[in-house]
Ligand binder design. Structure first.
Ligand code: C2E
Ligand code: MG
Ligand code: MG
Ligand code: MG
Length: 287
């Protein structure tokens, strides 16, 4: 069959690949322009304490206000930003913007709020990362301990030799370090004792079925127990129902985020959301 098709198939495949390459280059060019024109925005998703329901942090999540396509999610463009190197300038902007926004929230009464920023592998391994983080903190006036960087297991396991050094420097600066999507990477657990980490974020894939699937429940409980034994904080992502929330609270998971609490929202919506949230959760202690 393949032989019959002969050169035709080859040429078809070739031009198909060509099309893909051109589409990627076009996206890269558009992204480059969008960075200059500030067509990227950050949305913020609340992170709340299970015990008290109190808002303790927000995760910054980038979106692209694409000229023709509306709001584009990061899963489409972060990989392209990574492969083209654009992630460095984009990531630098994200860090600055997230810290600046946090300072605004703090000045508006959310004094103890912290912000979590996702750092991709290429960005983490770039020589300028530390400088960019330190500058974002300095220029915004937040405390280093109020910024958390989310790093995936694969970033931690990369063979890049400076991983440990970078983590140590960030940790000495006072920045918090969180392992994102915990439990989904191909990794050994040895890095948990080797690196100066502060928090594990249980991946959404375990939370989704946590009430129906015994294995997911067992893994989730095990992660919480292990984190506590290692003096790491735990946060669960992708919490969509009150039962999932209750399960996590009952098993000692300190903080959660997910659609059950709130979807990510534009920065200017958070304070209003918080007022409504306090009114419906703790009318007495909404301070
Ligand atoms: P992530 O860091 O694991 O972020 C969580 C993702 O899950 C977000 O998708 C969020 O909107 C979504 N989510 C939150 N709660 C729920 C829920 O209850 N149910 C469901 N189904 N989904 C929920 P988003 O914003 O599309 O981001 C996707 C990924 O893109 C992120 O995964 C992160 O890896 C990456 N990303 C996002 N923003 C940035 C950024 O500023 N820099 C970098 N390097 N990567 C980013
Ligand atoms: Mg994250
Ligand atoms: Mg995650
Ligand atoms: Mg995830």
């Amino acid at each position: 069959q393949a032989k019959d098709a002969g050169r035709g198939v080859y040429r078809f495949y070739d031009s198909d690949l060509d099309k893909k390459t051109r589409a990627v280059s076009r996206l890269q060019a558009q992204m480059f322009k969008s960075i200059q024109k500030k067509h990227f925005v950050l949305h913020y998703q609340p992170i709340v304490e299970t015990e008290t329901s109190k808002l303790v942090g927000v995760e910054a999540l980038v979106r692209w206000e694409h000229p023709g396509q509306g709001l584009v999610g990061p899963r489409t463009f972060i990989p392209i930003a990574e492969s083209s190197g654009l992630i460095i300038v984009l990531g630098e902007w994200i860090l600055k913007q997230a810290c600046r926004q946090l300072k605004e929230y703090q000045d508006s009464g959310l004094e103890h709020l912290s912000v979590s920023v996702n750092i991709s592998a290429v960005q983490f391994n770039h020589e300028k990362l530390f400088e960019h983080v330190a500058a974002a903190i300095d220029q915004s006036g937040i405390l280093p301990s109020q910024l958390e960087l989310e790093i995936t297991e694969s970033t931690l396991m990369s063979t890049a030799t400076q991983v440990n050094e970078t983590l140590q420097k960030l940790s000495e600066l006072g920045v918090k370090l969180c392992v994102d999507d915990f439990g989904t990477g191909y990794s050994s657990l040895a890095y948990l004792k080797r690196f100066p980490l502060n928090r594990l974020k249980i991946d959404r894939s375990f939370i989704q079925e946590v009430l129906r699937n015994q294995d997911d429940a067992a893994i989730t409980r095990a992660i919480i127990t292990m984190a506590k034994a290692l003096r790491l904080e735990v946060v669960a992502e992708g919490v969509e129902t009150d039962q999932q929330f209750a399960f996590l609270r009952n098993h000692g998971c300190e903080t959660v985020q997910g659609f059950f609490v709130s979807r990510p929202m534009p920065g200017e919506k958070l304070l209003q959301w918080h007022q409504r949230y306090c009114a419906s959760h703790d009318p007495a202690g909404a301070d």
